[in-house]
Each structure stands twice: as C-alpha cells, then as structure tokens.
Design a protein around this ligand. Sequence first.
Ligand code: SAM
Length: 281
Amino acid sequence: MPGKPKSPKRFFASMKIRPIKSLGQNFLLDEIALQKIVTAAQLSPLDDVLEIGAGLGALTRLLGEGASSVVAVERDSKLIPGLKTAVSGLPNVTVVHGDALDMDFKQFSCGQKLKVVSNLPYSVSSQIIMSLLERRGLFSLLVLMVQRELAQRITARPGGRDIGAISVLIQVYMDCSALFNVPPSAFWPEPGVESTVIKLMPLETPKIPESLQKQFTSIVKACYSQRRKMIANSLRSILSRDETQRVLEAASIDPKRRPETLSVEEFGILAEAAAQIEHAP
Ligand code: SAM
C-alpha cells in the first residue's frame, strides 16, 4: 500500500514554502472528483499512464492502483519528496522531475499507446495540449482537467461564440467532449476559476490527411488571428491576392464568411485547395 501523504496544506507548512501560482499549483482535494477523473480514464490493469503535473500525488496514487504503469511528471523540485512519499508503496509508478514542455513524450512509451490523465497547470494547459497533439500517435485517450473557459473553447462547435483556432486544430484529430465541472472549493488553494474535465479521443482517421497538416494549421491560424474579418481578408496574411481568390474559388467557399462559421471539414477543403495551388506548375 502507498504511504499516507500529508495534506498539501501541511506539506507546504512543513517545508515552509507556498504554492507557486505561476505553476498552477492548486491541489485537488475532493476525493469524489479525483475518483471521477480516474473512472473517466476507464483504466485497465494493462494500461500505461502518463500524468503531467503530478503535484503531491493525489491523482497519481489512484492511477497507480488501477494501471499497469504510471509515469508522473512534476516540474517543481520542492514537491518531488512529497510526491515520492505518496507513491512509495507503488512500484509501478515512476516519478520524473522535469518540465513537460521540454520533454519528448515518446520516451515514456513502452510499445503500447499511453493514456494521459492529468490535472493540468492552468498557465500552460494550452501549450501542453498542443504538444500532446503533436505526439498524438502515442496516445489512446486523454482525460484532462483544465480551466472551464479552455474546455469550452476546445469542445466548441462551429457557429458558437467559443470556437477558436484551438478548437479546430484539436478537433481535426480528436473527438472532444466535456465531462464534468469542478468548483474552486474542491482545491487547495482555491483557484479563482471553475475547472472542467475533458475527454479527448484520437480519431482513427483524422479529418484531414497528414500531408495537409502544414497548410491546414497556417490557414486556421491566419483566419482566427483576425476573427472579426472575412476569411478573404485574413487569408491575405499568408497568400497573395491572386492565390487567395484561387483557393476560395477552388474550395467553393464564400470569401465573405467569418472563420467561426467554417466547419473543420471546410478548413480541410481550403487546405487542400492551397496545397494544389502550391504544387501547381
Ligand atoms: N496533480 C495534482 C493534483 O491534482 O492535485 C497537482 C495539479 S496542479 C493543478 C498542477 C501541477 O503541475 C503542479 O504541481 C505544478 O507544479 C505542475 N507543473 C506546472 N508546470 C509544469 C510543467 N511545465 N511540467 C510539469 N509539471 C508542471
């Protein structure tokens, strides 16, 4: 059995340190919320799990009890002794001290796809999700707690006010759903915002071919960099006037449309048209 860890509050008091806000150090205390996150991951004793931002191990312990192996990454060296104590009776848990943004997640894969289960630090959630997305082939499922507004953006559908570049760039590769909200009172210290647990399932067949990824990403970013503008104007930041006209004509998309009205598939059609023009003699 794992060692009984100190509560985060007592751990910080004993170390004479304070939680670091810029590292998103809000520790989840609510046992029901912790259990719901683990249930959402549908762990089997054969699963390998990656946890980013393991903190003092509240989630790590539960993951270690349900999975074959867990790699628990934590950036703050001061928390590592507490994290190690929390998982001391779980030989299948490996604690890794380091910055998840500087890591190649491939080093954690032992042949089969990983499940990522994490209560992400708010300040770098989007960057971590984008770097997980770049390595999407390594993962079978991601269950992530993020700030509620980010969850709304990631899961937004076209036409809604929350849709943005991140929604489109993720939804082209993943099926995204919001599972449940977690109030500030579930944490110590309490964050100033609500949190939401989301589930991202990599699609077996992405909505665009890998070969169009470069064009797709630059078109989505260009269109959403000026979301109030018509797409014809925004595309001018990456294409000439003539190319813009040819791409929109080839894609049969009205140049006056605004980015939030376009579906993921329509951005794919634009990317395909742009690729054809690039390769035209
Ligand atoms: N997993 C714990 C829990 O649920 O209570 C802690 C979650 S807390 C929201 C986020 C944790 O991520 C903090 O412990 C913080 O130090 C760590 N962290 C912040 N930035 C990080 C990074 N770039 N790489 C790895 N860990 C990071």
